[in-house]
Design a protein around this ligand. Structure first.
Ligand SMILES: Nc1nc2c(c(=O)[nH]1)N[C@H]1C(S)=C(S)[C@@H](COP(=O)(O)O)O[C@H]1N2
Ligand SMILES: [Mo]
Length: 554
């Protein structure tokens, strides 16, 4: 009988089951070595995937870079002095090699442990990834996504480890050879076919090892190339000195913000500005080779370099950008001070022909927007923007140059990483989102939202501060009204208007009485048109309807 086989049937290794056979003394060295190799390959996968992810998130979020950085910061001076004295400028290389050796040893251990007790190996991988994630999260200036590369890497590494361990052949049943001749063993074909040493399993392990290595290497190289591009563009951006504006924006009056705690700030900091685009990877545009070509229905083609923009008479203006996908009461809107060259000046040089009615702007990654020619040639500040709130455009907001057109939703106007303006006609060309069912033209609809109190808030009866923001870009906001339940509309107090192109805050002092109440807001724009109560979904040309919040008063 094979009764002495010291394991449960459930412990029989299957294709997916890396669980070990018995912890018996006859386990030969080979599977252990293979398990160590599996651990090392899994670690390589972890680091490769982490490298790729960190290229997307931030180069400093790479677990290797973060742990190395934390190590350097934590090194006592005497050790640092010793390292520099001993290894000179190679001290960082030595550190990396040291880290490599430690990781290799721990990875091999994770493989060997994981083969015996899967959770032990897995726990070691998770622990190491946890160290990487923590180091990345604690680095100075780390973003919220900093732990992501370590986590994604660990997931990939665990998967690789499991797949590899499952393909390690069982040890030769040397002292258990009777089991092979036992009649019961013959019926256990699945176990036999996955436990035959040599032959099939070794090839299977080899194939898995090659695939794993290839994935790890591809991810690492891809990540390296990507983060190099990111660093290059980051360095180029950091080197830019924005010129002063020939026509600066008017200083903001303090009154542009109402005195209600919790209302969205008038200026949206760049880091908080919503981001919407179709780019899976943020385009990395080289400033040196960047150019903007203006062509199509024009008398004269114009090509601009980035230096041309820096040398031009630039204009600064406050403009609130809004996404067509913003729901009633939503937050896909932001307000910034933009610095750029008016598009009308570029178009004046190109001289559009009389039959043109649209400009199709194209980004470096092929996104297109159709903007009415009139919105780019009239006296509003439609800009080829290079600055945002006093800085060069952040890379994810279109560095080095984007369009900014007051009054139009972003999808028909605000092309980031813009490289091409084709003067054309709506009848002839369709933009990216028009091809996907959205309207060819997208003027921003008048909107207002209640930001304080929050939906579902509980407040005390008496004076309650209500406040929020309204916008109707390029028409301006002239009135905001608030209604409690089905009562009469009451005028809110408007903050100082910065410009018709920006949003405008409002406040309302509410004498709240006990009970559940619904507050509703509506705005009126500069053309005297009252915001419509007609509800509409964002598609195809922007949401509409009044914003309400329910509040309970006690
Ligand atoms: N190149 C490019 N530009 C683009 C987009 C895009 O997908 N690709 N999206 C547009 C949309 S829909 C909006 S709302 C704004 C958002 O700009 P932001 O990400 O700077 O807020 O960019 C516009 N410009
Ligand atoms: Mo958008």
């Amino acid at each position: 009988m094979s009764a002495p086989l010291p394991r449960e049937p459930s412990a029989t290794p299957g294709a997916d089951d890396p669980r070990p056979p018995a912890l018996s003394p006859e386990v030969s060295a080979t599977p252990t070595v293979l398990a160590a190799v599996a651990g090392i390959l899994a670690a390589a996968t972890t680091l490769g995937v982490a490298q790729l992810m960190s290229a997307l998130v931030s180069p400093d979020a790479s677990p290797l870079v973060a742990v190395g950085g934390a190590f350097i910061d934590a090194t006592p001076p005497w050790l640092k002095d010793f390292a520099v004295a001993t290894f000179g400028t190679a001290d960082k290389l030595v550190l990396l090699i040291g880290m490599g050796l430690v990781i290799t040893a721990l990875a091999a251990l994770a493989g060997v442990l994981g083969r015996r007790r899967w959770w032990l190996g897995a726990a070691l991988v998770v622990l190491l990834a946890g160290v990487g994630a923590a180091a990345a999260a604690l680095r100075p200036g780390a973003g919220t996504l900093a732990p992501l590369p370590s986590i994604a890497g660990a997931a990939a590494g665990l998967y690789a480890l499991r797949a590899l361990l499952a393909r390690i052949p069982e040890p030769a049943p040397s002292s258990r050879s009777t089991a092979a001749s036992d009649s019961s063993a013959a019926s256990d074909t699945s176990a036999a076919s996955t436990t035959t040493p040599g032959g099939f399993d070794r090839r299977s392990f080899l194939t898995a090892a090659v695939v794993t290595t290839a994935i790890a290497a591809l991810a690492a190289v891809g990540g390296q190339l990507l983060s190099q591009a990111t660093r290059t563009v980051q360095a180029a951006r950091a080197a830019i000195r924005l010129p002063g504006a020939a026509r600066p924006a008017a200083a903001l009056a303090p009154g542009v913000e109402v005195d209600v705690v919790g209302v969205t700030s008038f200026v949206t900091p760049n880091d908080d500005f919503y981001r919407i685009d179709t780019a899976l990877l943020v385009p990395q545009v080289d400033v040196e080779s960047w150019s903007l070509r203006v062509h199509g229905l024009v008398e004269e083609e114009v090509v601009l370099s980035f230096q041309d923009l820096l040398d031009a008479e630039l204009v600064e203006s406050w403009v609130t950008l809004t996404c067509v996908s913003n729901e009633v009461g939503g937050t896909l809107a932001g307000n910034a001070k933009w610095l750029g060259l008016p598009v009308r000046e570029v178009l004046a040089r190109a001289r559009p022909t009389a039959d043109a009615d649209m400009v199709l702007s194209t980004s470096s990654d092929g996104f297109t927007a159709s903007t009415p020619l009139g919105a780019l040639t009239d006296d509003r500040d439609s800009l080829l923007a290079i600055g945002m709130n006093g800085e060069p455009l952040p890379i994810e907001h279109g560095f080095p140059v984007r369009m900014m057109v007051p009054g139009l939703y972003g999808y028909v106007s605000a092309t980031k990483w813009v490289v091409d303006l084709e003067v054309t006609r709506f009848a002839d060309r369709r933009a990216y989102w028009t091809d996907r069912g959205w309207s060819a033209e997208g003027p921003i609809k008048t909107a207002s939202r209640i930001e304080v109190p929050r939906p579902g808030a509980s407040v005390s009866a008496g004076r309650v501060a209500v406040g929020g923001t309204a916008w109707a870009q390029h028409r301006g906001i002239t009135r905001v009204e608030v209604r409690v339940d089905d009562g009469d509309w009451a005028p809110a107090t408007l903050a100082t208007e910065a410009s018709v192109d920006t949003w405008r805050q409002w406040s309302y002092a509410w004498d709240a009485t006990a009970g559940d109440h619904t507050l509703t807001v509506r705005a009126t724009d500069g053309t005297d048109e009252v915001q419509t109560s007609q509800t509409a979904a964002p598609a195809p040309d922007g949401a509409s309807g009044w914003h309400s919040v329910d509040v309970s008063v006690s």
